[in-house]
Design a binder for this molecule. Structure first.
Ligand SMILES: [Zn+2]
Length: 351
């Protein structure tokens, strides 16, 4: 059985050594459930699929959620875990089994917290939203997640990261007229139009937007291009796929309006979208937490599940020991001292 009182590096290693690629989290969810039931009898535990919710029910005036996903990206020949010097290596070390280890450590240690606590462990964060355990429970039983503040222990190098940018993917289509390349004058080459779109993108200077004191850097980038029919045909279609990352002060409708204006004159199809999340740093409980961490907060550029808490009206931040730059890499590892540091900061703040 997992020993939740073990040293945090050992507990992280034990979690890494139970593989849990998205969709295959049952073994790890079983191990966490078994350990919590045996070692944290003060928590009310509920299971939904391969997601687990463990709550204190002390009737305290406020409640804090500590959340983490238990799945990882596919294993890249980086199991079992190994330790080299101050670093622990293995799939999920940074994203985010070191964060899950802190959750479990706090779950057994904080028997007399200053706020009621909800420990939430969920499945399928690394894959499409339709399978995400947090998204499912937010719809089916939002009361299980209700709280005044949420901390996601996603990798942030031990600083508080507020909010996250929104993302929108779109396809810009140029139409031409197909013809035999021997009689090119009868056609209209759609690929030749690419330069206008690409020049506009290359010359566009993305905005920097200040929200709650944090500077978000937006991005508008071509991420794919396709066109061409055959070696002797003037192509009649060109599609440029673009990805727009937008500041959390803008809505999805704002983002779409911006894209339609930017690509005025072209056919534009939105293929995927997710709203950003406001940093939520202006509420007193968040300010108090930032003061406890003692370092200035930073903006989050990537999309994370803090947006799902925001959508439930719960201010949420990311704060975890992993290094986001190492997430999803073959060389994934975590600085062991940051695991201890994160756990002790949270323990002190929640005691
Ligand atoms: Zn993650």
């Amino acid at each position: 059985m997992l020993d939740l009182h073990a040293d945090l590096a050992d507990l992280t290693a034990a979690l890494i050594d139970i593989p849990s690629v998205s969709g295959e989290e049952a073994a790890l969810a079983d191990a966490i459930e078994e350990a919590l039931r045996a070692q944290a009898p003060h928590l009310a535990i509920a299971r939904d699929g391969n997601s687990l919710i463990a709550r204190t029910e002390l009737g305290l005036p406020s409640r804090v959620v500590l959340a983490g996903h238990i799945d990882t990206v596919p294993i890249a020949d980086n199991l079992p875990s190994t330790v080299e010097g101050e670093r622990l290596y293995g799939c999920g070390a940074t994203d985010m089994k070191s964060g899950v280890a802190i959750q479990l450590h706090l779950a057994v240690t904080l028997t007399d917290p200053r706020a009621d606590l909800t420990f939430f462990f969920y499945e399928c964060e690394e894959v499409e939203a339709a399978r995400n355990g947090l998204a499912r429970i937010a719809v089916n039983s939002p009361e299980q997640l209700a709280a005044d503040f949420a901390i996601l222990l996603e990798p942030t190098n031990g600083v508080v990261e507020g909010g996250c940018q929104g993302t929108m993917r779109a396809e810009v289509t140029v139409r031409g007229v197909r013809a035999h390349s021997a009689r090119a004058w009868l056609g209209e080459n759609a690929i030749h139009e690419a330069h206008e779109i690409l020049t506009a993108l290359a010359e566009y200077e993305a905005e920097r937007v200040i929200v709650d004191g944090l500077e978000y850097r937006e991005g508008l980038q071509a991420v794919a291009i396709k066109g061409g029919v055959a070696g002797n045909v003037i192509p009649d279609e060109l599609v440029v796929a673009v990805n727009y990352r937008f500041a959390p002060s803008k809505s999805e409708a704002d983002a779409e309006r911006f894209l339609r204006r930017f690509f005025d004159g072209y056919a534009l199809t939105i293929v995927d979208r997710a709203p950003g999340a406001l940093p939520g740093l202006n509420v007193p409980i968040a300010q108090d937490f930032i003061a406890a961490v003692g370092e200035p907060p930073a903006p989050k550029f990537g999309w994370t599940d803090v947006a799902r808490f925001s959508a439930l009206g719960i201010p949420a931040v990311n704060y975890g020991p992993g290094n986001p730059a190492l997430a999803h890499t073959e060389d994934e590892n975590v600085d062991i001292s940051l695991i201890y540091e994160g756990a002790s900061t949270l323990l002190k703040w929640l005691s």
